[in-house]
Write a protein that binds this ligand. Structure first.
Ligand SMILES: *Cc1c(COP(=O)(O)O)cnc(C)c1O
Length: 309
């Protein structure tokens, strides 16, 4: 899928992989992951899907869309602390998803209760972890890594770095698994958009281990640790928070290049990448930035700020 040379960027050569252009429901990494979960849903003839996420969740929008397409019911458990009405929320409603809001500490119980209630009603519910986390989600990004390798082979180039926004860590885990399975020296830098170390990084490492184990393979723990670059220097106050600098990077990317980036994930990660390049004096390298999606959130920026970006 769409991977293009983008131009010079802070003394390096930049390519961009546009996961936001995956042709379904505004694209994004959540589509790539959800496809795998819905294969299971179709195979097992499940008639209801339950998932979890905030009112601004790209994952929940995509899952609600895929459920609506199949005419199966979709329940979304949302922590009340994160319930912000965004375009993603509006689309979830449009797809007919049923939103259940509860305090964050009750999320686990509410999921269990909802699944129990549905089963007692004779339904066959399928649970998708928040953000499409788990081995199926990881697999989606192992596949993405193979696509990147394919592009390199076809074009006779070799990237030195991959940068991308890291949230639940599944995207990063998949890319790292791909790299380890192919014995590729590429550096994968996950720019954390919310989580701090050690937790955020541990989740990535554990997801890599889970996937490798599920494949019946063993990779030394030190090798996995070494391959995991999770940088929490640019979280900028936490999930959904941004800064003037991030907004000016977003504005520049749209005005000068026509590339929309949201301020929760992609704009934050791109701004983080620029800082990282400077901080680590990276130059003359071939860098691939993965644009992981989030188009509806891009529009929320302009609605909220009344165009005063
Ligand atoms: C969810 C999301 C991410 C983070 O992906 P993870 O696999 O959860 O780390 C990055 N960008 C966008 C646009 C997302 O929606």
């Amino acid at each position: 899928m769409c991977l293009q040379y983008f131009g010079l960027c802070a003394n390096n050569y930049l390519w961009m992989k546009r996961e936001d252009l995956i042709p379904y429901s505004f694209g994004g990494n959540k589509v790539r992951k959800a496809v795998h979960f819905f294969k299971e849903i179709d195979k097992g003839r499940f008639d209801t899907v339950v998932t979890y996420g905030s009112g601004s969740s790209n994952h929940c929008r995509v899952v609600a869309n895929m459920a609506a397409e199949r005419c199966i019911e979709c329940y979304i458990i949302s922590p009340e602390e994160t319930i912000k009405r965004t375009f993603n929320t509006i689309f979830m409603e449009l797809f007919g998803a049923k939103m259940i809001v509860c305090p964050i500490e009750k999320v686990h119980d509410t999921i269990e209760k909802t699944l129990g209630k549905l089963k007692s009603e004779g339904k066959k519910p399928y649970f998708i972890p928040g953000g499409g986390h788990g081995n199926l989600g990881t697999k989606a990004y192992v596949d993405c890594f193979h696509e990147i390798r394919q592009f390199e082979k076809e074009n006779g180039i070799k990237f030195d770095y991959i940068f991308h926004a890291s949230g639940t860590g599944t995207t990063q885990a998949g890319l790292i698994c791909g790299r380890l399975l192919e014995n590729d020296p590429i550096k994968i830098i996950g720019i954390s958009i919310a989580r701090k170390k050690p937790y955020g990084r541990d989740v990535v490492v554990n997801s890599v281990k889970d996937y490798i184990t599920s494949m019946g393979m063993i990779i030394n723990k030190d090798v996995i640790e070494e391959a995991t670059n999770f940088d929490d220097s640019y979280v900028c106050g936490g999930y959904g928070k941004d800064s003037e600098r991030i907004r000016s990077v977003i504005k520049n990317m749209f005005v000068k290049y026509g590339v929309p980036m949201d301020n929760t994930y992609v704009g934050k990660a791109y701004a983080g990448m620029l800082e990282y390049i400077k901080k680590h004096s990276i130059r003359d390298k071939k860098i691939l930035f993965i644009h992981t999606g989030g188009a509806p959130l891009f529009f929320d920026i302009w609605k909220e700020t009344n165009n005063e970006i």
